[in-house]
Design a binder for this molecule. Sequence first.
Ligand SMILES: [Zn+2]
Ligand SMILES: [Zn+2]
Length: 381
Amino acid sequence: MAKDHYNTLGISKDASSDDIKAAYKKLAKKYHPDVSKEDGAEKKFKEVLEAYNTLRDPQKRQNYDRFGDAAQRFGGFGDFSGAGFQRADFDFGDIFSDFAFGGGGMGDLFRGAFGSGRRRGPQQGESIRFDLGISFEEAIFGIEKKFTIERMEECDSCKGSGAEKGTEKVKCNVCHGTGVEEKARRFLGTTLVTRGPCSKCGGDGEIIERPCKKCSGAGRVKSKRKMKVKIPAGVNTGNHLRLQGQGNFGEKGAPSGDLFVVLFVDPHEFFKRDGTDIFSEIPVSFSEAALGIEIEVPTLRGKAKMKVPHGSQSGTIFKMKGQGVKELNSSRIGDQYVKVILKTPEKLSKEQKKLFEELGKIEKMKKDRKGIFDGLKKHFK
Ligand SMILES: [Zn+2]
Ligand SMILES: [Zn+2]
């Protein structure tokens, strides 16, 4: 839920800029980390500062009043690219229940790596992780993707047994097929018997006399395999698909591991995404902002018309309902927020220059600026 800046400062929604300043000063003093010994003072101080920085600026305050948190999520447009890759931890939540059979969870990814118990039974195949990059649009609308993975597959020459074609495994003559070896040692006059996995067969109970030439007796070989997955609409970086049994081939009839396809979504040139909401900017000219205009803005689904009312300030945000991203496994669709950016012309034609000069003669900006200086005089003294 969004933070309530008015609540943080303890003021009402119609507080004047003097009220805001006064509330900020009081609370900043109270929670300043150098002064306050209160628990969580630093966090409180940051919240107060954030609230003040938003509400002191009339433009930011207006956006905040209209859209709350969404205005803030706009962030700097410069940090676009980071969106996808700054996450180190992945959301391994079971979002793709279609693929997630059985127990599941991250434990499976590593289970193959550790032997358990004294007697080493057949090992389950290791699970594999494959990082798949998809485009911004593919994540939003869904797509079928093909890619190639490398994994251990059953050796087709020995059918996974590890014994050369035409030969069979034989019972281990050390443990007599039990897989367990007993060793007797004399120790301080008594006989100590220790039991452990058989040193010859490694606990299997049988040995390969003539190992398969293709897999050197491992029963599995490294292979490249083409895969195809259907990615549903609304996924985001860190989401994953779990394909059961598509990991490494298990030893001696043990089940194969799973394949985890972890998704990475490319950033977009014009759109920024936060959950199901889309954020974008659109430039308007001075005269368009002053007079008001209906403009075409790019959306995920093509062009859409948006009304910029006369007198719009640079930085004003407009909401286009239902132009966002469809939520994963749901029919809910997010919104698009469009920020209007006033572009000052860098070069003027002769005619433009003349008209601007005309306009300059009747503008009252000088008077507005004087008002600021008059207001500041108090502070200079
Ligand atoms: Zn083989
Ligand atoms: Zn043995």
